[in-house]
Design a protein around this ligand. Structure first.
Ligand code: HEM
Length: 447
């Protein structure tokens, strides 16, 4: 069968297309596009043919069935300015090899050994909190410490502040690019470019220290991911060069903490506006853990905590948009999609779709409790970690970390949010709250 009919178009400005909507109200734009069809043509100047896909079977084609026909999209490629040729942005044979090298650090056996560190660092962090806090900032500091110690065998507490500030700057830079559609060469010394380069230099400083420390340490008895990457050799016996190591470490460092921190931040916000769910979660944590530190063996019993994390990632998926570029002509849901087209899939949009979820905008963790929903949903109605060969390498790590950290925070802290209405969402690389979420915390006194 020859497919000739083109996908429906979302009406937009004759010259600027959807650029202004994208800058002012990207979420409204997504919702309007969904109403037009399962594969909708958008108009983003300079991006070439661009499509939004909301048909779960067509998403399956992009991420799984025809995954080899796609590379990352052009806006993800902007990220190479920060992550270079690391796992998130590399392609083809090179990506496959690097993924194979990193994978053992995420095997179940290794994850088990990270659980105690996740709980210890969560308890230590909670013990330092008393008074008014910026929830997002605290969660970033915690997850940064966790990823640094588990994957890189390092303590970065002294640099947590500068890494956090650098990361805020990087996100502002990418938000500026998304809002204007303009990406100037890095050699143009605009104030925004200079701030971005300073931020990358601050992150690099920490990353090169981690690499130097790992080199001095050698493989040791309990090799971490960094020492494994250092020891890796290609078919010609060559080690990874310093630049590639830096790119992999920056990628894992960033992908490995920002997203989980956001999951915890949104979870705490959602619980603070839903006292009944919070009371249930606290009762569960008390019944399962009492005063002792959580362990991995407790996770199957902390079912409501798990449901809260799942529901938080449904409403606020940290990776709210996934992009691909077709490398060849391909058919999607009966429509022809030309090579070089940009194809976008939005977990945020799918997760708030009334076709799949009752009361899609309501925070109802109980919907996940029996496991029935996950069994009956189309595969790509809920996909906070993506899917197919490029699925998040850290998905089990992240779920384990979010559950253990959230249980520990509920166990050890009393928490009152000063944020009563949902904060706006900042649609940068990840889905951040637009303004800091503030809360008052104090050590918990159990009756
Ligand atoms: C709640 C937490 C997290 C969420 C929601 C999340 C989400 C995602 C998603 C959606 C992708 C796929 C992107 C695409 O297909 O274009 C991805 C890829 C990736 N994630 Fe995560 N992630 C999380 C935590 C982590 C953690 C803890 C790590 C590492 C410790 C990590 C490392 C990576 C890496 C390296 C990739 C690229 C994998 C590849 O292309 O081979 N992520 N993540």
């Amino acid at each position: 069968m020859r497919v000739t009919q083109t996908p429906p178009k979302l009406p937009g400005h004759p010259l600027l297309g959807h650029l202004v909507h994208l800058a002012r109200d990207p979420f409204g734009l997504l919702e309007r596009a969904r109403a037009v069809g399962g594969v909708v043509q958008m108009h983003i100047p300079f991006a070439g043919p661009t499509y939004l896909v909301t048909d779960p079977d067509a998403i399956d084609v992009v991420l799984v069935k025809r995954a080899a026909a796609f590379h990352k999209d052009f806006s993800t490629r902007f990220l190479t300015r920060l992550t270079g040729n690391g796992l998130l942005t590399s392609e083809g044979k090179f990506w496959r090899r690097q993924r194979g090298l990193a994978q053992p650090a995420f095997h179940h056996k290794r994850l088990v050994s990270y659980g105690d560190t996740m709980v210890r660092l969560s308890r230590e962090h909670a013990a330092r909190l008393d008074g008014s806090i910026d929830v997002g900032h605290e969660m970033m500091t915690l997850t940064l410490a966790i990823v640094a110690e588990t994957l890189f065998g390092a303590d970065v507490s002294a640099e947590a502040h500068s890494v956090g500030a650098a990361l805020d700057e990087v996100m502002r830079y990418y938000l500026g690019v998304a809002n204007t559609g303009i990406l100037l060469p890095l050699s143009w010394p605009t104030p925004a470019t200079r701030r971005f380069l300073r931020a990358v230099a601050a992150i690099d400083e920490v990353v090169f220290r981690l690499i130097d420390e790992a080199k001095r340490r050698g493989e040791g008895e309990r090799p971490d991911l960094l020492s494994m990457l250092l020891a890796a050799r290609d078919e010609d016996g060559q080690a990874m060069d310093e630049r590639q190591l830096r790119d992999e470490v920056v990628t894992l460092f960033l992908a490995g903490h920002e997203t989980t921190a956001l999951t915890l931040t949104w979870s705490l916000f959602l619980l603070s506006t839903n006292p009944a769910a919070r009371a249930r979660a606290v009762a569960e944590v008390d019944a399962v853990l009492g005063d002792r530190p959580a362990t991995l063996d407790d996770l199957p019993k902390l079912r409501f905590v798990d449901a809260i994390v799942a529901e938080s990632m449904r409403l606020y998926p940290p990776a709210w948009m996934i992009g691909r570029e077709a490398q060849e002509d391909i058919e999607l849901a009966g429509f022809p999609i030309a090579a070089k087209s940009q194809v976008y899939l939005s977990p945020w949009l799918m997760h708030r779709d009334a076709r799949f979820f009752d009361e899609p905008l309501a925070f109802r963790p109980e919907r996940w409790e029996s496991g029935e929903l996950l069994r009956t949903l189309p595969r790509f109605a809920y996909f906070p970690f993506g899917g197919g060969p490029r699925i998040c390498i850290g998905n089990s790590f992240a779920k384990m970390e979010a559950n253990l950290a959230l249980a520990t925070l509920l166990q050890t802290l009393d928490y009152w949010s000063q944020q009563k209405v949902a904060p706006g969402m900042s649609p940068t690389v990840t889905l951040r709250p637009q303004n800091p979420i503030r809360a008052r915390v104090s050590p918990r006194r159990r009756q």
